[in-house]
Design a protein around this ligand. Structure first.
Ligand code: KIV
Ligand code: ZN
Length: 513
């Protein structure tokens, strides 16, 4: 059995199914490039048949990514599979990932199919897909709650048809580590041709055990592929978190005896990019990528770490891409220094015009904030969606007045398409007044589900504020993110970014299955 563990990232597909996490094609491509820098083996770029928007995103990623395999999900039918193959046509290495549910509950209540019909459909889907692509993954949705003998028959049949990877998801996060590991092991033993495919695990985090279950699937079950997402992003409680599973296997190589091809120094930049793009803030005590993951507050710990680092540290912060908050650039820094810092941070820009626009934003920020940190640059680049001229709503200026005992008032100027408008309103606080001023003109009717403010760099009130809004309208949920040293301005930017997503053509990519 191979000692290489394949890392299959599904941030752009299963992660994106999280309400509010929809991403534009450009955002997905930016994240896919970061996943390639992270050296993930497989990037699940989306579900090509679910919408034209998702088809374009999968195709764009397949056309640009060269080092990782690019994969599209598809239901087990000819139309979905053909669409996936079409979107992947330009890929250096493409994979079609087809799935059908195999648990009694899903077959009877959701699919309204008999087990024999599901068996036949799985077999035919893999046969059809194999004629279009050499790399086929088959997933038995709700596999962990399926009847073992039936599942073994299905898996044997799809391997015989040419499936190269077999994935057994714990779709609803019901598994317990030992039981899941044993389930995978017994299933492999029951399938006569099991050695003809790579076995994969895909765990959801409803009981907080997605990482533990995945690791048990590897150690006890013998799986050699783990499906995971950056920051554990995903529907409900999320998916298995990439950074945790990778660092567990790497830190405890003595136990797992497996190699992962990941460049771990790209983990924190990837986490930051996904959080910034989706507006899903990483909790401070989150393993590996949380702001406190390497912070030692107690005197005893600090003393220990100063004397010998490994007294309290099992991983090194720099190995996962944490750099100490260091001042990297300031007001006097030139375009070349800025461009070089972008390169050092692994941020690729398509054109000189894009670099010029980012540099102009950097100069604007440096005029208002004396010390610019790496985190500020990453946020500034991500903030492109707010300032890009292609966006429908763009902030021009904001002024607000608040005083103890007075009702705050705000005046906001912003572009609506090519037209600049100015709008004013009172509110409970300056943020409320600013949003009411915007709404007085836009009248979006959107319902606000979330408002959160975080400091981009810790430890000082000089930090920029990063604001996330989650809005809901017409059955769609979107997140908008904005950053600025002034949190009222950051809030207005984030609100306009969310309105842009609602107004734009960001299609919800998950199909109804
Ligand atoms: O959770 C699940 O079962 C899935 C499959 C479609 C792979 O995401
Ligand atoms: Zn899933």
């Amino acid at each position: 059995m191979s000692d290489k563990l394949i890392i299959f990232d599904t941030t752009l597909r299963d992660g994106e199914q999280s309400p509010g996490a929809s991403m534009t094609k450009d955002e997905k491509l930016r994240i896919a490039r970061q996943l390639e820098r992270l050296r993930v083996d497989v990037i699940e770029a989306g579900f090509a048949a679910s919408s034209n928007g998702d088809f374009d995103a999968v195709k764009t990623i397949a056309d640009h990514i060269k080092d990782s395999t690019v994969c599209s999900l598809s239901r087990a039918n000819d139309r979905d599979i053909s669409r996936a193959a079409e979107a992947l046509a330009g890929a250096n290495r493409g994979r079609i990932h087809t799935f059908i549910a195999t648990s009694p509950l899903h077959m009877e209540k959701k699919l309204r199919m008999t087990p024999e019909q599901v068996f036949e459909q799985a077999r035919q889907a893999v046969r059809f897909a194999r004629n279009l692509c050499g790399d086929i993954e088959f997933s038995a949705e709700d596999g962990y709650r399926s009847d073992m003998d039936f599942l073994a028959r299905v898996v044997e049949a799809v391997i015989a048809e040419g499936a190269t990877t077999i994935n057994i998801p714990d779709t609803v996060g019901y598994a317990i580590p030992e039981l899941y590991g044993q389930f995978i092991r017994t299933l492999r033993e029951k399938v006569p041709n099991s050695d003809k495919a790579i076995w994969s695990v895909h765990c959801h985090n409803d009981l907080g055990m997605a990482v533990a279950n995945s690791l048990a699937g590897v150690k006890i079950g013998g799986a050699r592929q783990v499906e995971c997402t950056i920051n554990g992003l995903g529907e409900r409680a999320g998916n298995c978190s990439l950074e945790e599973v990778v660092m567990a296997v790497r830190t405890r190589r003595d136990h797992f005896g497996l190699e992962v091809g990941i460049d771990t120094s790209q983990i924190v930049p990837a986490s930051r990019m996904v959080s910034q793009t989706t507006g899903f803030v990483v909790q401070p005590n989150k393993a590996v990528v949380g702001a406190n993951a390497f912070a030692h507050a107690s005197g005893i710990h600090q003393d220990g770490v100063l004397k010998a680092r490994d007294t309290y540290e099992i991983m090194r912060a720099e190995d996962v891409g944490w750099s100490a908050n260091k001042i990297v650039l300031g007001k006097l820094s030139g375009r070349n220094a800025f461009k070089q810092r972008l390169q050092e941070l692994g941020i690729e820009m398509e054109s000189e015009a894009e670099i010029n626009a980012a540099f102009a934003r950097f100069k604007d920020l440096a005029d208002r904030k004396s010390e610019i940190f790496d985190e500020d640059i990453i946020a500034l680049v991500g903030d492109e969606s707010v300032t890009s001229e292609q966006e429908h709503y763009r902030l021009v200026a904001l002024s607000q007045r608040s005083e103890t005992g007075e009702r705050p008032h705000a005046k906001v100027s912003f572009f609506v398409g090519a037209k600049e408008v100015t709008s004013e309103a009172d509110g409970n606080g300056p943020v409320d007044a600013s949003l009411k001023a915007i709404e007085a003109h836009v009248q979006s009717g959107a319902e606000m589900l979330l408002y959160s403010v975080n400091a981009i760099t810790s430890g000082s009130t000089e930090s920029q504020g990063e604001v996330t809004f989650r809005l809901q309208h017409g059955g769609r949920v979107v997140n908008g993110v904005g950053s600025d040293p002034d949190i009222v301005v950051a809030s207005a930017k984030a609100y306009l970014a969310a309105l842009n997503k609602l107004q734009g053509n960001v299609e919800r990519t998950s199909a109804q299955w």
